[in-house]
Design a protein around this ligand. Structure first.
Ligand SMILES: Nc1ncnc2c1ncn2[C@@H]1O[C@H](COP(=O)(O)OP(=O)(O)OP(=O)(O)O)[C@@H](O)[C@H]1O
Ligand SMILES: [Mg+2]
Length: 251
């Protein structure tokens, strides 16, 4: 379980991004975090894996306070997370094989052929078997995302964090990524946080929606409760970010 309690983060002395975020994510749950661009979604995710430290408040993962972990414990904790970053963040100088194997090489003492077979298996899961020797520059945007997803899955994580997994993809590719996320969540019984602007994903793949607004979690509820609420701030957001019809939402 992930518990975020009264989290505060200010940058440069006056950019108050997180102003008391409270959110509890149950084991096995898939939750979407939504909110305007710049409201602090990526900053929040970075606190969950200890890439940023709070000014006040805490994140607890299975009861352990993340920002006070020592380096060794922090690495162990990160080993239980798979993350798909906003930009896919593949290393262009490395092959697909090396990119997907990164977490395996870092955290485990696996033999080379074991690593190779895990990479092959995860590439098959994301529908890209046999591309181990390609370089990221040879791949389309959607393929890069899927390679990023294979890397996130490589260590069989308990927790998956997705930062805008479908942004910049066409509707067909977005549907494929959504289906993969839904399937992975089911199969691994992983706990997942999906940060997204894609309301189609929100309505179709998550159990619960958390909307950030003015530095806090403003609304939480099921996708249906979100869609049906009369709250003016939520309604305004839905109006601007689409009704979840993928054809009319720009990717
Ligand atoms: N390391 C940092 N140092 C200073 N400011 C930062 C840092 N990281 C983020 N910010 C600022 O914090 C605010 C929130 O950023 P964040 O990346 O979390 O937004 P977001 O909700 O993920 O937006 P988007 O939907 O566009 O990805 C922005 O104003 C950003 O410029
Ligand atoms: Mg972001």
């Amino acid at each position: 379980m992930i518990e975020i309690r009264n989290l505060h983060k200010t940058f440069n002395g006056n950019l108050r991004v997180l102003r008391g975020v409270d959110l509890r994510i149950e084991t096995g749950e898939t939750i979407a975090i939504i909110g305007q661009s710049g409201c602090g979604k990526s900053v929040l995710l970075k606190h969950v894996i200890g890439l940023l430290s709070p000014d006040e408040g805490e994140v607890l993962v299975d009861g352990k306070q993340v920002h006070t972990l020592r380096e060794k414990e922090l690495y162990a904790l990160r080993g239980r997370f798979g993350f798909l970053f906003q930009s896919a963040a593949l290393f262009d100088s490395m092959t697909v094989m090396e990119n997907v194997a990164l977490g395996l090489v870092e955290n485990h003492s696996l033999a080379e052929d074991e690593i190779r077979s895990i990479v092959a298996e995860k590439l098959a899961v994301v529908g890209l078997p046999g591309i181990e020797q390609k370089k990221p520059s040879e791949l389309s945007g959607g393929m890069r995302k899927r390679v990023g997803l294979a890397r996130a899955l490589a260590t069989d994580p308990d927790y998956l964090l997705y930062d805008e997994p479908t942004t910049g993809l066409d509707p067909v590719m977005s549907n494929q990524i959504d289906s993969l996320i839904a399937e992975i969540t089911r199969k691994l019984n992983a706990t997942s946080i999906v940060v997204t602007h894609d309301m189609f994903s929100v309505y179709n793949i998550v159990h619960r929606v958390a909307m950030m607004h003015e530095g806090r979690i403003y609304f939480t509820g099921t996708p249906r409760e979100f869609q049906e609420t009369a709250d003016p701030v939520v309604r305004d957001f839905i109006e601007r970010f689409g009704n979840g019809n993928r054809e009319t939402v720009k990717g």
